[in-house]
Write a protein that binds this ligand. Sequence first.
Ligand code: PLP
Length: 377
Amino acid sequence: MLARGKALEAQGRSIIHLGIGEPDFDTPAFIRKAADAALEAGYTHYGPAAGLPEFRKLIASTWRQRRGLACEAANVVVTPGAKPILFFTMLATLEAGDEVLIPSPAFPNYVSIAEFLGARVVPVPLLAERGFDLDLTALAARITPRTRMILLNSPHNPTGGVLSRATLEAVAELARAHDLIVMSDEIYADMVYEGEAVSIATLPGMAERTVVVDGFSKTYAMTGWRLGFGIMPEPLAKQIAMLMNNSNSCTATFVQKAGEAALSGPQDEVHAMVAEFRARRDLVVAGLNAIPGVCCALPPGAFYAFPSIAVPGMTSGQLADALLDQAGVVTLPGTGFGAEGEGYLRLSYANSQANLREGLRRIGEFLSTRVGTRIGR
Ligand code: PLP
């Protein structure tokens, strides 16, 4: 959708981008300067596969303090972005035929990787009427002797939902009872506007069976730098480091030094960015709900809105296509995140308030001629 939007822009069309999942802010200047200084200081060579020891130590102490995780440097593996942790963890732990419970809708990479490895993806619906909470009854019913892993993502892409402590406690109980690995993608943990995003790894008996996936892409607006990490039991960390050694060798060392600066420097710009996202979220959700036929819950986290939109005779894929071609607005169909996303669009509000207003105006105008009755799932 992004490429199609860009192609239309190249033809002179005005396009509003509500598709892309990355902050529209620049990486804070002090982080960019730290990378410059690291290059000048000679951080231009290979480094240890699992990450620079001082950086792993800093990540461990920061996550102990910020997120309450019981971790040490030996639990941390640094990778080029968060995605390699998703890939390597599944590669290291899943055999063909193993079953993986994945919420639906979900970030599409989870399903791609699991299926590529020959694992069986078992979707677990999220309940729209309960703020996209996990359907715990379905989760429990879908555990079999072949189940190996539960995937969690909170705050959630694409719905912006945040799992409650009670839900996480119930998932933890199932994971302990059935000896399952939990992969907990917490990359949006700093973008929470109501309540708290608890890490399941902090619950009793969970650190030893959980891989926390996190990174710098969203919080520090560093998507293109490629800097992420996993926090996991030490024996698994050793395996993942071996996969790093045999694939990337290491994460660029000057990028790790920039990451060190990001964690130890002032956090004001992060706080300002999150405050701006909150204002945009309120603007987008109010604007969407003012359009007849659109129903959008207030997402407590991440930077996505996930409205249900009822247009008679149109799938969400057709709707996203028509919004781009006819109204000049890039959105993503809910079905890009799994079958359960039918009837929804994902809108990223990582765009200026002026552009968000214009996008909403265009969507409203487009829908005014086409919408039937409100469905609201
Ligand atoms: N996990 C989720 C839920 C995401 O939305 C994304 C990026 O959009 C990632 C992981 C990937 O992060 P990274 O760019 O650090 O690899």
